[in-house]
Write a protein that binds this ligand. Structure first.
Ligand SMILES: CC(C)(COP(=O)(O)OP(=O)(O)OC[C@H]1O[C@@H](n2cnc3c(N)ncnc32)[C@H](O)[C@@H]1OP(=O)(O)O)[C@@H](O)C(=O)NCCC(=O)NCCS
Length: 238
């Protein structure tokens, strides 16, 4: 096999491989991007270029609402999993793979941001524009003086080891670093583990929202708005 053939074969192997969110263990993560380390896990922010694709794909995979607007998961990945704000997301690597994240919006800009041209290319000029606008409408939330927590997830195999709590501590540090007053999010009261960790770091329920019959369809009959402010008397770094 010539060198060119070998390269071509390696490329098609890579294309045939499933789009897994792996970070090869030998991946060189700059020390300044390592936020915290546990046994076989670490939190990484900002996300270095070598991990941005995996982080974007993982982030997009968590967004259930987008599934309804955009359709199949692979379409979502193709349309949105290609762009990431590496500075608004912290990922958890467990055994070298992306296995959790926390991400936020600030002034309407989120951890992933959709590209209208890709929508139009995939769905046509009208359908693409409508779906793009719907996507933006569901993503664009937040107060100017707060961070809006938009994605928070730890894979089931990695839960219960303090990763979720550490991700929330990172978000708290971001509030201070960005000079904001608080972070805010919405959660279903049925998300027991999430409600537990939100409250354990000091987030307060500021509002309860019933979203009517539709809420039952999506198993979200009662939502709460949670808000976290940096404690006034304590150091804010973790
Ligand atoms: C919420 C989530 C990110 C927490 O991640 P994690 O890494 O397990 O978090 P931690 O290990 O730091 O803490 C988990 C805490 O939840 C508690 N917990 C776990 N399951 C629980 C349940 N069903 N009900 C109440 N508390 C629960 C654990 O006991 C632990 O509390 P402790 O430290 O006081 O013992 C994870 O459970 C998750 O991804 N859930 C699904 C996605 C989700 O709901 N996201 C939030 C959307 S609003």
């Amino acid at each position: 096999m010539t060198d060119a053939e070998k390269e071509q074969s390696a490329r098609s192997d890579a294309a045939a491989a499933p789009a897994v969110d792996t970070a090869p263990p030998e991946l060189d993560i700059p020390p300044e991007c390592i936020v915290k380390q546990g046994g076989d896990w670490m939190l990484v922010a900002p996300v270095p270029p070598s991990l941005q694709d995996a982080a974007a794909r993982y982030s997009v995979a968590q967004r259930a609402t987008l599934n309804r607007i955009v359709g199949l998961p692979e379409v979502r990945e193709e349309l949105i999993g290609n762009r990431l704000r590496p500075d608004r997301i912290c990922i958890a690597l467990v055994g070298g793979k992306v296995a959790g994240l926390i991400s936020y919006r600030m002034d309407g800009e989120g951890s992933v941001w959709p590209d209208p041209a890709r929508y139009r290319k995939h769905f046509g000029p009208v359908g693409g524009t409508v779906r793009y606008m719907l996507t933006e409408a569901t993503l664009r939330r937040g107060h100017p003086d707060e961070l809006y927590l938009e994605g928070f997830k730890v894979d089931p195999i990695a839960r219960g080891r303090g990763i979720g709590t550490s991700l929330l501590h990172w978000l708290g540090d971001e509030v201070v670093r960005r000079g904001k007053k608080a972070w805010r999010t919405e959660a279903s009261i049925t998300a027991d583990a999430a409600m537990h960790v939100y409250k354990s770091v000091g987030a307060k329920i500021v509002k309860t929202i019933s979203i009517g019959p539709l809420g039952y369809v999506f198993d979200r009959h009662k939502m709460v708005v949670l808000r976290w402010e940096p404690p006034a008397t304590e150091g804010n770094m973790h």
